[in-house]
Design a binder for this molecule. Structure first.
Ligand SMILES: *[C@@H]1O[C@H](CO)[C@@H](O)[C@H](O)[C@H]1NC(C)=O
Ligand SMILES: *[C@@H]1O[C@H](CO)[C@@H](O)[C@H](O)[C@H]1NC(C)=O
Ligand SMILES: *[C@@H]1O[C@H](CO)[C@@H](O)[C@H](O)[C@H]1NC(C)=O
Length: 516
């Protein structure tokens, strides 16, 4: 059989197979414009699967692990919609050899996971290092490397030792900067001989908003009208926590650069949630509002880390509410990353609230930048709604988002650290595993990504969220993002159609490369 010569042919063939398999195909439009004909991915491009400790590991108190803020949160009645928790989750703590084999069979070149801070330092800096925790990650890292899979490690993916929260208020205290540096140092020292990709935080922009503005994530702090909490200040605390996280990032990067990077030869970055903000009309005011929405969401973190300062629009609107960086901080922050990790899933419309009156809604308040965000315009959704309320299928957002970051940050190396599609739970395995919508989602977003890369965007990798169905934070087990289905009673992993698709996609790329 002749091998398909470009991406379109491959994609069409795959869809034909799907039609044969499943008779009915969803009505999503197919975007097949791009091809790999005259374009090859860079050498060492990372094809990966993504995960995080709390969502995957389970074993929440095994082998000396301390309680995390998420252990406390999920064990508080009413916080998780199905009343579930991550005590067992996908049990990767025990099943990592099987999961490594699954990834090996897909042909991926990297696995993105996070380290549970409370597994390494059960009491943060107030206690000892847990040797069994170190040993778990050593075993995981070694099993990956044995299969030629590069570990890609996040230091904090939302979960931190509860003791830090109780002693000094976690991210609200500058104390956490130093403590994070201490934890990071232990990780670089123990794992850095084998780990060549580090990121400090996963989505600190989501974490600060959900923990301190809406109060949905621990420590559940907020004030009216942003949420219903017993403590907090939605207009001040998100900026304080973010400031501490930005400086904590700088502290860890400084430790890595001064003590380890030269010898270990790895790179370090940060992962942000990236929503593409589409101006709702062609008016100049709405154009500026869309820019402002990025300032208050993404550039809030990336500007300080790359340029040493918050975006000018933020300072202008927030005044003295926005913490300031000392000249010392600015020096430390300068050029504070090697690559930008991009989690991209969805897009939203943005409407100006400075020159016109907005209805209340996300983004409309002064503290959020007076740029109202919405998933619809005149009653019509942006893109195509999916099973997951916040996630709309809008593949063109990928190219636009990557191009925006490329321009603003002078084409710093970028890695797509998450992209994926969620399905609602369905007890019928046949239906859940025929995830043709996920295949269309991934292939369309890939087309869009390739289009940005063909125009010069320096993208070095793509990680699919996620390897397995897992614990989806406040949604518990009601949503499934895995390329492998997990039966949460037996923990059995079953490949979905998307696993087969991704495997063939990666293999086809590898074939292409060898033919050149
Ligand atoms: C806020 O939370 C309290 C305590 O959980 C509850 O009694 C009250 O009804 C909530 N108020 C609103 C407006 O949701
Ligand atoms: C903006 O203008 C372009 C080109 O004139 C047009 O294609 C597009 O539909 C307009 N968008 C909106 C939101 O009005
Ligand atoms: C699951 O769904 C498939 C396809 O719709 C159907 O043929 C099958 O009978 C269902 N199985 C069960 C156990 O309901």
């Amino acid at each position: 059989m002749e091998l398909p010569s470009n991406f379109q042919v491959f994609h069409v063939m795959f869809l034909l197979v799907l039609i044969f398999v499943r008779h009915c195909v969803s009505s999503h439009p197919e975007t097949l414009q791009e091809s790999l004909d005259h374009f090859s991915l860079p050498d060492n491009f990372l094809f990966g699967m993504a995960s995080s400790s709390y969502q995957f590991e389970g074993s929440y108190l095994s082998d000396g692990k301390g309680l995390s803020n998420w252990d406390i949160h999920t064990h508080t009645p009413g916080k998780i919609i199905d009343g579930s928790n991550g005590d067992i989750a996908a049990d990767q703590y025990h099943l990592y050899p099987e999961d490594t084999d699954l990834m090996d069979s897909l042909g991926v070149s990297s696995y993105r996971f996070s380290i549970s801070w409370a597994r390494i330092l059960p009491r943060g800096r107030f206690g000892d290092i847990n040797k069994v925790g170190i040993s778990y990650y050593n075993k995981l890292i070694d099993s990956l490397l044995l299969k030629g899979i590069q570990p890609f490690v996040t230091l904090v993916h939302y979960d931190i030792p509860e003791e830090l929260e109780e002693r000094y208020g976690g991210w609200l205290s500058p104390r956490c900067q130093e403590d994070f540096g201490y934890y990071a140092d232990i990780c670089f020292k123990n794992f850095g001989d084998r780990v060549k990709y580090w990121t400090t935080f996963n989505e600190p922009n989501i974490q600060t908003i959900k923990s301190y503005r809406s109060g949905e994530y621990p420590p559940c702090r907020c004030s009216s009208p942003f949420g219903n909490c017993t403590h907090g200040d939605s207009e001040k605390e998100p900026f304080i926590a973010a400031h501490n996280m930005i400086l904590a990032h700088a502290t860890a990067v400084d430790v890595y650069r001064t003590k380890y990077q030269k010898e270990q030869g790895g790179s370090i970055g940060i992962v942000l949630d990236c929503i593409w903000f589409e101006q709702i009309s062609n008016s100049t005011a709405d154009k500026l509002a869309a820019d402002r929405a990025q300032d208050f969401f993404l550039n809030w973190f990336l500007d300080p880390i790359i340029f040493g300062n918050y975006p000018a629009e933020m300072s202008k609107i927030l005044g003295s509410t926005l913490p300031k960086f000392s000249s010392n901080d600015k020096e430390k922050l300068k050029n504070g990353l090697d690559f930008i990790g991009i989690n991209h899933y969805t897009s939203e419309y943005v409407q100006d609230c400075i020159f016109s009156v907005c209805e209340p809604g996300t983004g409309a308040s002064r503290t959020e930048g007076l740029a109202r965000r919405s998933q619809e315009k005149d009653g019509a959704p942006i893109g195509i709604p999916t099973d997951v309320d916040w996630l709309h299928f809008y593949p063109q957002g990928m190219e636009k988002m990557v191009t925006y970051i490329k321009k603003r940050y002078n084409n710093k190396p970028m890695i797509i650290t998450e992209n994926g599609y969620g399905q609602l739970n369905n007890p019928n395995l046949t239906i859940v595993c025929h995830d043709i919508e996920r295949v269309e989602f991934m292939s369309s977003y890939w087309d869009s990504l390739l289009s940005a890369m063909e125009k010069g965007a320096d993208v070095r990798g793509y990680f699919s969220w996620s390897l397995l169905d897992n614990f989806e934070w406040t949604y518990g087990y009601t949503q499934r993002y895995g390329l492998y289905h997990v039966d949460f009673t037996t923990l059995k992993r079953t490949p979905k159609l998307s696993a087969t698709w991704f495997k063939e996609f990666i293999a086809r790329y590898k074939v292409d490369k060898s033919q050149m």
